[in-house]
Write a protein of this length. Structure first.
Length: 418
């Protein structure tokens, strides 16, 4: 019995050592360690941020520093002016709003916004799927030409087109879009916010709106009590507002700062209130312009508000801490040219736009997309496109293949005689 126990313990120790060897060799990893997107993970995959997560430090400083200045330089006079408990309550409320605002910021930026898991293989073409000219063009670039670029589905009695994502190799669900910054398809994609360093989607939109509205409230709070402080100085010294500003320059700085910020975040709050009441996203509002067509997701103002604030947030579709076995067929990206880029000058910056998103740009500028165009018309009429090395290599290979075919035909005709 003792020998069996020793053998069993030896087997368990061996399996444990083998597991450690596998972990150290990199064969068995967690999902966040082999993630294909551009996200940054912390605390062993428990927190997920966007690639621009460093902007969080700047955003936090914009919130915390003014409150510290308010508490140190402005609040002492307010505490003396009002009753003791009331003056302390003014400072306490400012601190509580700040802590609550920072918590909402990290709830927005440190969680999965609604990332759709990528598919390891392209979907099988269904019967009746006929490739369009766009699909043929994509096939010439190295992708699968049999996959239609769009599909039509019925949402609340309205036909909605869903697009195929070449990066994630799946048809995007309705209201889903691929974020070029995080390199993920996000459910109910609203926008990518550089201030929070994260995409805003189905799982964090509620916290984003609460963060923006709380920031607006905090700005107005500090703005109001800085003016109360200036009014107190004017009454105490019987002076003009300019003399009061000279007496308390920090109050003047905070009044100017909170006024500017309140216009920005306040306008953003009002805009997102409109989006919530009409059940739109920022992406849909700028792209589709539902004023001129029926919004298939609008269920009335009350139900729209209930959907955002009083429904259960769905669970993440990704388990970033799950163990996976690193396999070349699973974690190596497919060898195909799926990221053909066009360089577009916008505001002095260069933004890479994938070929799958070029149709969105055409729609944004009001170009025709309904009529099928010849495959060469896109390149024949636009001579100022910059060809990437991948495209040039494919073109050279294509021309070489045609050259070999023509030479074989010519050689065969000579052998057969006139």
């Amino acid at each position: 019995m003792q020998e069996k126990r020793k053998a069993a313990s030896g087997t368990s120790e061996l399996s444990e050592s083998n597991r450690r060897i596998i972990d150290s060799s990199g064969q068995a990893k967690r999902v966040y360690q082999v993630w294909k997107g551009s996200n940054r993970f912390f605390l062993g995959g428990r927190l997920i941020f966007g690639p621009d997560a460093r902007s969080l430090a700047f955003t936090v400083s914009l919130i915390v520093i003014p409150v510290i200045l308010f508490a140190v330089f402005v609040s002492p006079r307010l505490v003396n002016e009002f009753q003791y408990y009331l003056g302390n309550a003014i400072v306490a409320i400012a601190v509580i709003l700040t802590v609550y605002d920072i918590c909402l910021l990290f709830l927005t930026s440190g969680r999965d916004p609604g990332i759709i898991p990528r598919s390891t293989h392209p979907p099988e073409p269904e019967c009746g799927d006929v490739p369009t000219s766009g699909a043929n063009w994509a096939g010439n670039q190295g992708t699968i030409s049999s996959i239609p670029p769009t599909k039509e589905i019925l949402v609340n009695g309205v036909i909605v087109k869903v697009k195929y994502c070449h990066t994630c190799m799946l048809y995007r669900p309705p209201r889903c879009s691929h974020c070029s910054i995080c390199d993920n398809c996000v459910d109910r994609f609203d926008h990518h916010c550089p201030w929070v360093g994260q995409c805003i989607g189905k799982r964090n939109y509620r916290f984003f709106f609460m963060f923006v509205s709380c920031t607006t409230l905090l700005c107005l709070y500090i703005f109001a009590f800085c003016w109360v402080n200036i009014k107190t100085i004017m009454d105490e010294y019987d002076c003009s507002p300019w003399m009061a500003f000279m007496e308390s320059p920090v109050s003047a700085i905070l009044i100017l700062y909170t006024f500017i910020v309140a216009w920005f975040v306040g306008g953003l709050t009002v805009f997102h209130l409109y989006l919530i009441f009409s059940n739109q996203t920022t992406y849909e509002n700028f792209r589709y312009r539902y004023e001129g067509k029926l919004n298939p997701y609008n269920r009335g103002c009350t139900r729209n508000v209930m959907e955002i604030f009083f429904t259960r947030i769905p669970k993440s579709k990704n388990n970033f801490r799950a163990r996976v076995t690193e396999d070349s067929s699973t974690f190596n990206p497919p060898v195909s040219v799926t990221k053909t880029s066009f360089d577009i000058e916008t505001g002095g910056k260069r933004q890479a736009v994938s070929a799958e998103e070029f149709e969105d740009i055409q729609n944004q500028f009001g170009l025709e997309r309904c009529r099928p165009q010849p495959e060469h018309s896109l390149w024949g009429e636009k001579e100022n496109w910059e060809f990437t090395p991948d495209i040039l290599a494919l073109a050279a290979e294509y021309e070489m293949e045609l050259g070999f075919k023509d030479r074989d035909k010519t050689h065969g005709s000579h052998l057969n005689g006139p």
